[in-house]
Write a protein that binds this ligand. Structure first.
Ligand code: CAA
Ligand code: NAD
Length: 283
């Protein structure tokens, strides 16, 4: 069965990036969100990225138009009835994701693969909300999706080998590099990255240095492209907090305890770049 049509659920920073790379690879893509405004913003961000490609002579104006024509907005989950693969990229919350996967199990044809872009939630538990756990898999893109090469592919306990293979092939078709990992809290990427970010926030909380100084240390001293505080804002502080909570609960070890300062910013609604304000402010 050839994968032709894709639905991306969630038109936020990740969902819009995933939709862009899928449409650029020639797939028809339904971009679904609960809010029309989020879809409009997602499509606007994609158009802006593609315009930049045209300006840099990496794409023609007609190629750009063709990519945009392959992107279809969707406000109704039942539109998933005709797709071969769904890539879910909504908020990092188990109840929300399980609810969506249970609905997709009813709506989509038997062959449809249900993939989640979750940063840290157990794929096996998401899969258990469906009657087709063999067709459920983690497809973890990195932010910003059009730029970052990695896709972490996570096997749930029941994920079938042929489903893994199809997602591995799809990853390569999107111009990305797949890395296989097993289903453990935070997988590989966030088990390593997020404690570093959390520790950077503790370093700020304890008054060791300013946020700018912490970021400079990691940029100039370790050659990181972004400092950890800036990166936390870039990822979204709500997402960072959810991931830390999942690591804390999943491993039961206090070393993963989210920093109180991180909690405070999320409670304030200062969730980072996407909200215009996090540890830094944005226009
Ligand atoms: N969407 C699309 N393209 C983007 C982009 C975006 N949001 N942001 C930057 N780019 C592109 C630019 O257009 C530019 O492309 P060209 O070279 O073709 O012109 C290129 O990226 C470089 O951008 P800039 O020159 O503006 O800026 P930069 O050199 O500082 O790079 C960056 C920006 C790529 C984001 C870089 O700062 C970086 O790599 N930061 C770290 C990103 C990272 O660690 N991501 C992983 C986060 S963790 C995660 O994703 C997993 C999770 O579950 C939380
Ligand atoms: P975001 O807040 O930018 O976007 C989430 C989108 O999901 C919003 O547009 C929201 O309206 C939509 N949504 C919420 N509930 C929905 C529902 N029931 N049905 C349809 N749409 C719904 O978040 P994001 O940063 O794009 O993260 C999305 C997912 O990707 C999360 O699971 C996150 O952990 C994961 N992820 C994030 C990053 C990152 O750096 N931000 C990296 C990799 C993976």
């Amino acid at each position: 069965m050839k994968l032709k049509k894709i639905m991306v659920i969630g038109a936020g920073q990740m969902g819009s990036g995933i939709a862009q790379v899928c449409a650029q690879a020639g797939f028809d893509v339904l971009l679904h969100d609960l809010e029309k405004d989020r879809i409009d913003r997602g499509l606007h961000a994609i158009a802006k990225n593609l315009t930049r490609q045209v300006e840099k002579n990496r794409m023609t104006e007609s190629e750009k138009s063709a990519v945009l024509e392959r992107l279809i907005p969707s406000m109704d989950l039942h539109d998933a009835g005709g797709v071969d693969i769904v890539i879910e990229a909504v908020v990092e919350n188990m109840d929300v994701k399980r609810d969506i996967f249970a609905q997709l199990d009813e709506i989509t044809p038997d062959h449809t693969i249900l993939a989640s872009n979750t940063s840290s939630l157990p794929i096996t538990e998401i899969a258990a909300a469906t009657d087709r756990p063999e067709n459920v898999i983690g497809m973890h893109f990195m932010n910003p999706v059009p730029v970052m090469k990695l896709v972490e592919i996570i096997r749930g306990l029941a994920t079938a080998d042929d489903v893994y293979k199809k997602i591995e092939d799809l990853t390569k078709m999107l111009g990305k590099i797949p890395v296989e990992v097993n289903d453990f809290p935070g997988f590989v990427s966030n088990r390593i990255l997020m404690p570093m970010i959390n520790e950077a926030i503790y370093t700020l909380y304890e008054g060791v240095a300013t946020k700018e100084a912490i970021d400079d240390v990691m940029k100039l001293g370790m050659n990181h492209p972004m400092g950890p505080i800036e990166l936390a804002d870039f990822i979204g502080l709500d997402t960072c907090l959810s991931i830390m909570e999942i690591l804390h609960e999943g491993f039961g070890d206090d070393k993963y305890r989210p920093c109180p300062l991180l909690r405070k910013y999320v409670k304030a609604g200062w969730v980072g770049k996407k909200a215009g304000r996090g540890f830094y402010t944005y226009e």
